[in-house]
Design a protein around this ligand. Sequence first.
Ligand code: GLP
Length: 234
Amino acid sequence: MNWETFSDYDALSERAAAILLSAIRLDPHMVVGLPTGRTPVGMYDRVIAQCSREYHCFSDVRTFNLDEYIGIAADHPGSYCTFMKQHLFDHVDVRRGNTHIPDGEHPDPAGYEQQIASAGGIGLTFLGLGSNGHIAFNEPGTPFESRTRIVALTESTRKANAAFFDRGNVPTHAITMGIGTILESCEIVLLASGDSKRDALARLRSGAISEDFPASALWNHSNVRVLVDQRIDV
Ligand code: GLP
């Protein structure tokens, strides 16, 4: 696991955007795994700014999002589909048919796995870090070999995401790529920023691998970069 520490969130976001952009310049047909949440917003902002200055950025790139809430329509303001349109897809030249987000209204976990396989697998996946160590919506206790499936969200995860829903009415379930699915990505970049991640980051750094702490599965992968905001580093 390769750790890179940055003075603040802006510097971390700059680096994350540079990693994504250089990957898709090197391979314009790259298949990318994309996260949602507050952490990757700075990365997406910089990617958009850079792509507006270039002729083609995303025209042949294919994307797979990590997860989506169950039981809400794609155009619900709190959906990850809405998030991706707002923060990336509406502002770059990605082809809508090349973007994939699990369907929260008619979830088809096996179908999503099939789509990833048909694309030839994911080359580069970006992840955020849940304060309880979750990655995507794989909560503590998730088997490391888990595949895309429907999961119940913990109260702490629902609370952390309450701001995105009217009256804090966060869905109780989600469809998420499994840890096993994520680990099949050739390369993984984990973004860690925000005070609420301090304990999770320390636990990840300790190197102890346990299914009680989903992010620790990343130690089993040979090509992981962790981008850390030094203000929460230990
Ligand atoms: C949600 C998402 C995760 C994300 C996590 C952290 O639970 N499903 O993919 O990494 O939140 O979000 P944030 O970056 O807002 O702290």
